[in-house]
Write a protein that binds this ligand. Structure first.
Ligand SMILES: *Cc1c(COP(=O)(O)O)cnc(C)c1O
Length: 365
């Protein structure tokens, strides 16, 4: 048996290390995972109640079109229901977009480095992946634009960028969109947008009215705290959404996921509280990094990429022995770790552990 030639080199996804594995392997009783940008405050109580209620219907297939959830999201965002498509996380929406638009030999442009699923799914479709280096940890939109050819089908922009946390501004994005050919689909991944208050962050919903080739990706996995339920979505022009719908599996999201997501989006008080606590956490972490003389990329989401002045794997392992799971080994950032903003207590424990690790290695006095 011979699998497709273009997938044989693909790595199997390496998730952040699970807490239970670390506890067992290192004999620790307390382990804090700050590796996958999960919400340290869980999810809305109303979302939990909605999940519980849906248990009774577990034997019945879900509504594949997620109509109730679509109505809730459309109402909240002020878009039409036919501008929305839901997936098993925005990961699946990325897969569906690649499947619907890319044929072998098409070109697709993305940053290096960025969220790995754009490249992964493009390679599965045998498209030609054009990677454009980040500039100071930011998308280099001018360099990306210079790579556009008549074969270009999709440009992926991760905003804020995972792993660096930097953003492209509304002005930059608008100037970019004005010059991208209308035949090129621009996918703007806004997995962390609900965390952001900064006025320079793009008002992408308003831009949708102007650019039919713009598609936004959002998720219930991050600020809404529903990562386990796998619900993400795209917002775009109804023609684009119809094409993506044509490749969607019939029952790609679950009853529990749909019900919890609809309840979660109705509970904006929970979202506000997470946004505020995250901003406090970011301010605390950045203040501590400043105190230690460590540089970091300006963070906008619920994570920070910091230069720890040592090979990141070494710091990762030393933190792990102290019960902190971080993310390390970035291709172009060998001395950076990415850390998720946790609760206040988790952040303080992380800083204490990091300071001990860096002092032991004589990076800090
Ligand atoms: C976490 C994340 C996603 C995907 O999350 P899902 O759980 O699949 O919805 C998408 N894009 C970025 C940049 C992310 O960080």
């Amino acid at each position: 048996m011979q699998p497709k030639q273009n997938i044989v080199h693909l790595p199997v996804y390496q998730p952040g290390k699970p807490v239970d594995d670390v506890k067992r392997e290192l004999g620790l009783t307390e382990v804090i995972k700050l590796a996958s940008n999960e919400n340290p405050f869980g999810c809305s109580e109303q979302a939990k109640a909605a999940m519980m209620e849906e248990i009774a219907n577990a034997s019945i297939y879900p509504d594949g079109a997620s109509q109730k959830l679509a109505a809730a999201v459309a109402g909240h965002l002020g878009v039409e229901r036919d501008q929305l498509i839901f997936g098993a996380g925005s990961d699946e929406v990325i897969l569906m977009i690649a499947r619907a638009y890319l044929v072998p030999g098409d070109e697709t442009i993305m940053a290096d480095e960025t969220f790995p699923q754009y490249k992964h799914n493009s390679e599965i479709e045998n498209a030609r992946v054009i990677e454009v280096p980040l500039k100071d940890g930011k998308h280099d939109l001018e360099a990306m634009l210079a790579k556009v050819t008549p074969r270009t089908k999709i440009i992926w922009i991760c905003n804020p960028n995972n792993p660096t946390g930097t953003i492209v501004t509304g002005e930059e994005l608008d100037s970019f969109m004005k010059r991208v050919p209308a035949s090129v689909l621009v996918v703007l991944d806004e997995a962390y947008c609900e965390y952001i208050n900064a006025p320079e962050y793009p008002d992408s919903l308003a831009m949708l009215k102007e650019y039919r080739n713009l598609v936004l990706l959002r998720t219930f996995s991050k600020i809404y705290g529903l990562a386990a339920l796998r619900v993400g979505y795209a917002i775009g022009h109804s023609d684009v959404i119809r094409s993506v719908n044509q490749v969607r599996e019939p029952f790609n999201t679950t009853r529990m996921g749909q019900a919890a997501a609809a309840a979660a989006i109705a509970d904006q008080a929970f979202v506000r509280s997470c946004r505020e606590r995250n901003a406090e956490g970011l301010a605390y972490l950045c203040g501590e990094f400043d105190r230690m003389g460590l540089s970091y990329f300006p963070p906008y989401g619920n994570f920070v990429m910091v230069d720890v002045k040592l090979p990141s794997q070494q710091v990762f392992e030393a933190l792990l022995r102290k019960g902190i799971i971080a993310r390390a080994r970035w291709t172009h950032y060998p001395h950076h770790i990415r850390i998720t903003v946790g609760s206040r207590e988790q952040n303080e424990k992380f800083i204490k552990a990091l300071e001990e690790v860096l002092q032991a290695a004589a990076v800090l006095g």
